[in-house]
Design a protein around this ligand. Structure first.
Ligand SMILES: Cc1cc2nc3c(=O)[nH]c(=O)nc-3n(C[C@H](O)[C@H](O)[C@H](O)COP(=O)(O)OP(=O)(O)OC[C@H]3O[C@@H](n4cnc5c(N)ncnc54)[C@H](O)[C@@H]3O)c2cc1C
Length: 412
């Protein structure tokens, strides 16, 4: 029997397993944990189709020293982690060369343009079309200087055809009365809708996958067995094995550890991010909000208001530092003075981050039958349905709707 194993039951692996099972494959979805407990558990729920810009670019480089010098800045680098991070940082800098940036923007935008073409059918097929919010995202500015410093970002979004109108203070007030008068200007990203409960979406996909005959196994994948250059089985740390013709490695920030099992080196790091979930916020919001100068996001979710963001470079094993989350709550209160911070929970997750920001959606260059779906960084929820569709095309031998060269694993 032709069996496909998908390793990793986050939003990316769950969407792939769901899509492949729908296409008639016999799929086993494996995770060492319960589905959806990784980065996909607590992300900011945004279908952020305008956020395809590579993070490394000359204007970002200029800002990084200031950010790093500020202990409450948007990026934190734990000094002890610097030696391990240096090779990734060098690749990150190289990805920001102007000639490279233009290509990376195109690669990200090509995925973003198709997001709703893939997401809406996936939600429909899973029976949950209503999990998508009606409103988009508002980007907030307290001064003209703040707006000017975000200008490059907006110009690029518009260059790629995304519509993002400016709102007057009155229009903003009408849309979101809870926003403080210190916010003078806003841009609306109507396409950047959000998912009401991203964790529940993973669970729903896994549930539907099971109903179609898909199998879920719990265990830590510790080996990938190959013969004559092709995958034969995956092995768990307790010795159990699952024979397979294809193995899709979609283990989020941990995929680099799996790729090394077959001698394929992926420069995958983790950009750790935090959220605070406020169950009883005393205000309600229709849109998600970002305040670029303060580097946080606020999203109304099924379980209250979620505040999150930040990037912490400290690897996969260091303990969380929840001060990062609390700083963001303090900033959100500047924009939303009536926000009550009661009944809260805090969370940290590992974004799977590649130095050039573009995900890997690719067959392995080393082992036949191995595929990668990783490195989705800040956009794993956004790209999930599109990645599932593209990987399913690769596995089933169908022609993908776009050229997948920019997403290849051997581009580094
Ligand atoms: C604070 C924060 C905010 C974010 N906001 C957004 C947003 O608004 N919009 C957006 O699109 N994205 C957002 N993201 C990014 C998004 O959450 C991630 O890109 C996405 O969740 C990655 O999904 P994944 O399935 O690749 O990884 P994960 O969800 O991390 O899943 C990987 C799975 O692999 C399993 N695994 C790992 N190793 C093994 C092994 N050896 N054997 C078996 N199983 C294994 C893990 O247990 C885990 O369940 C945000 C991230 C963070 C941290």
């Amino acid at each position: 029997m032709n069996r496909t194993v998908v390793v990793g039951a986050g939003i990316v692996g769950a969407a792939i397993a769901f899509e492949l099972q729908r296409r008639g494959r016999s799929v086993v979805l494996v995770d060492r944990d319960q589905p959806g407990r990784g980065a996909s558990f607590g992300n900011m729920a945004s279908i952020a189709v305008t956020e395809f810009m590579p993070i490394s670019r000359p204007t970002t480089w200029l800002k990084i020293p200031g950010w790093l010098a500020d202990p409450e800045g948007p990026i934190r680098l734990r000094p002890g982690y610097l030696p391990k991070l240096t090779p990734w940082l060098l690749r990150f800098l190289a990805a920001g060369r102007p000639s490279r940036v233009a290509k990376l923007e195109q690669a990200g935008a090509a995925l973003c343009r198709r997001v709703y073409d893939d997401l809406l059918p996936m939600l429909e097929a899973a029976g949950v079309p209503d999990v998508l919010s009606e409103e988009g995202c508002l980007s907030l500015y307290a001064s003209d200087a703040e707006f000017e410093s975000d200008r490059e970002h907006i110009d690029i979004i518009e260059k790629f055809g995304f519509h993002c109108p400016a709102l007057s203070r009155d229009e903003l007030q009408e849309r979101e009365p809870a926003i403080a008068p210190i916010i003078k200007k806003a841009i609306l990203f109507p396409q950047n809708k959000s998912i009401r409960d991203p964790y529940r979406l993973v669970l729903t996909l896994v549930e539907r996958f099971r109903e179609m005959g898909g199998v879920v196994e719990t265990g830590e994948v510790a080996a990938i067995d190959c013969q004559d250059g092709a995958v034969k089985s995956i092995a768990f740390s307790d010795g159990r094995r699952i024979a397979c013709q294809e193995a899709i490695l979609a283990a989020g920030a941990y995929t680099g550890r799996l790729s090394r099992l077959i001698g394929e080196n992926i420069p995958l790091e983790t950009e750790r991010g935090y959220h605070t979930q406020i169950m009883a916020p005393s205000i309600s919001l229709r849109h998600s909000l970002i305040w670029p100068a303060k580097a946080f996001m606020v999203t109304p979710t099924a379980g209250g208001i979620r505040i999150g963001g930040t990037v912490e470079m400290a690897g996969l094993d260091a303990a969380p530092d929840y001060r990062r989350a609390r700083v963001l709550v303090g900033r959100a209160k500047q924009a939303l003075p009536s926000l009550q911070v009661e009944q809260t929970s805090e969370w940290m997750g590992h974004r799977p981050a590649l130095p050039d920001t573009v995900p890997i959606i690719s067959c392995s260059a080393k082992v036949q039958g191995v595929f990668y779906a990783t490195g989705h960084g800040h956009l794993g929820l956004t790209y999930s349905a599109t990645t599932a569709r593209l990987i399913a095309d690769l596995v089933t031998g169908q022609t993908p709707p776009l050229d997948l060269t920019p997403y290849r694993v051997d581009r580094f």
